[in-house]
Design a protein around this ligand. Structure first.
Ligand code: PMP
Length: 463
């Protein structure tokens, strides 16, 4: 191996054994040289870093460790399943944990979402949903119905097609995508609505924009609308009150499938197994999920599919039409066993706890709105976004140094809290086991972190 010339930074990184690992979302200039916090162990709502610091896991890993870290029951289930049936191929065999999990999910999913295709995570779930939509339209003789509609501000994954749906500010600066297949609507975040529109008028505008798109492209060309009920990685963006219901109705009127991407919102984050119907009052044609289904103890995701869609496939004149789609780790018995046990834990009091504590979490975090740097705190259940602005009262309050989220995270870590930074925002989604005094600790650390960040910005003349 030819040794590359190393900068001091790179030498340090190599010394840390980090040179060879390509981290998620690396910046080209610092691949292998970025010293990320090394997390070494974890316990319930806490993680510990290499220096032994105890930090509240504010984002629950990545919106996923819903039952908390180091759960004995899930660890035992992982072990026991590995020691009974380690693996079975999903291509031409089946296994009991997968079939049982499918039944459990079908019983809990809204409406006629009675079928599930199991995947390895969220991206593969959304990718599977899209491929199934394409297959469905091909089988029913509508091969021209292929356009996918998503929104600015959304995140649906990191495979080529799912990433093409993404619409956060920097998603496509350096990354290509299948843009010919995708149309993006305005981000439905009322905080950034045009100044002259009320929230109601903004909602009308958003629905009308979709209606116009359908008229422009033709309903016969639009296959599906893909939407997170709350845009999570965009900054916990909540749409206007009746937006989702009205978009759902427009889809139904125009034979457009509504895919609810519940990778974050399902499995307890909003206090329910699925949130589409229980929280938002809609019955989608498909629901994608991942993360909380195993509380992050095993990579697993899936897509719930409606009976109606399957009935149409069965009625087709193509008995040999083959949905050539499967993943080696689809229906993985260990993941399915963990998911079953995880759902039992959620239903054994944890969902109830999340519903009970969610309002307190929201209320406490909202007290941060009194800080001059904070423009809005928003969210529902146990997910919240804190957006920083230059001057909340200014006509355009959003012009701000964009490392603010990272700065807040840095200072919060000094106060015992790990935060997920997102440009000028940070998002919080702790394990559902969190209690009131821990929420107080979290709020206190955030307050100190935001105040210290404000002082930095003033000192550096950035604010
Ligand atoms: N959809 C949503 C709504 C997500 O938040 C994410 C991940 N943050 C994904 C899809 C992709 O999931 P994964 O990272 O498991 O592939």
């Amino acid at each position: 191996m030819v040794e590359p010339a190393l900068s001091q930074l790179e030498t340090d990184a190599l010394r840390n054994d980090r040179f060879h690992l390509i981290q998620a979302a690396p910046v080209a200039g610092s691949i292998g040289a970025e010293a990320r916090e090394l997390i070494t162990s974890s316990e319930d709502i806490f993680v510990f870093d290499q220096s032994g610091r105890k930090l509240i896991d504010g984002p629950a890993g990545m919106w996923c460790v819903n039952v908390g870290h180091r759960n004995q029951a899930l660890a035992d289930t992982l072990h026991d399943q590995a020691m009974s049936l380690t693996y079975s191929t999903p291509w031409y065999t089946s296994n009991a944990p997968a079939e049982k999990l499918a039944q459990i999910l079908a019983e809990r999913a809204p409406g006629d979402l009675n079928h599930v295709f199991l995947t390895t995570g969220g991206s593969s779930a959304v990718e599977t949903a899209i491929r199934l939509v394409q297959f469905y339209n091909n089988v029913r003789g509508q091969p021209q119905k292929k356009l996918l509609v998503s929104r600015q501000g959304s995140y649906h994954g990191s495979t080529y097609l799912t990433a093409s749906l993404n619409g956060r500010p920097r998603d496509h600066d350096w990354m290509d995508g299948a843009s010919e297949l995708v149309r993006k609507l305005t981000c439905p975040n009322p905080f950034h609505r045009p100044a002259n529109l009320s929230v109601e008028a903004f909602e009308d505008f958003l629905v009308d924009e979709f209606r116009k798109l359908i008229a422009h492209e033709g309903a016969g060309r639009i296959a599906a609308f893909v939407a997170e009920p709350i845009q999570a990685s965009g900054g916990v963006l909540m749409s206007p009150p009746n937006y989702l219901k009205r978009m759902r109705a427009l889809c139904a009127e125009n034979d457009i499938l509504f895919i609810a991407d519940e990778v974050v919102t399902a499995f307890g984050r909003l206090g329910h197994i699925f949130a589409s119907e229980d929280v938002f009052g809609i019955q989608p044609d498909m629901i994608t999920f991942a993360k909380g289904v195993t509380s992050g103890y095993f990579p697993l995701g899936g897509v719930m599919v409606s009976e109606r869609l399957f009935a149409e496939l069965r009625r087709s004149n193509h008995p040999n039409a083959n949905f050539v789609h499967g993943l080696t780790y689809s229906s993985h018995p260990i993941g399915c066993a963990v998911a079953i046990r995880n759902i039992e834990l959620l239903e054994d009091g944890l969902l109830e706890h999340a519903r009970e504590i969610g309002p307190y979490f929201q209320e406490q975090l909202r007290t941060l709105e009194e800080l001059p740097l904070v423009g809005e705190v928003r969210g529902a259940g146990l997910m919240a976004g804190i957006e920083c602005v230059a001057d909340a009262k200014a006509e355009n309050p959003f012009d701000l140094d964009l490392t603010v989220g990272k700065r807040i995270d840095f200072h919060c870590q000094e106060n015992g809290l790990l935060v997920r930074p997102l440009i000028n925002m940070c998002v919080m989604s702790p394990p559902l086991t969190i209690n009131r005094s821990q929420i107080d600790m979290m709020t206190d650390a955030l307050r100190k972190g935001i105040e210290a960040t404000a002082q930095d910005l003033i000192r550096e003349k950035l604010w």
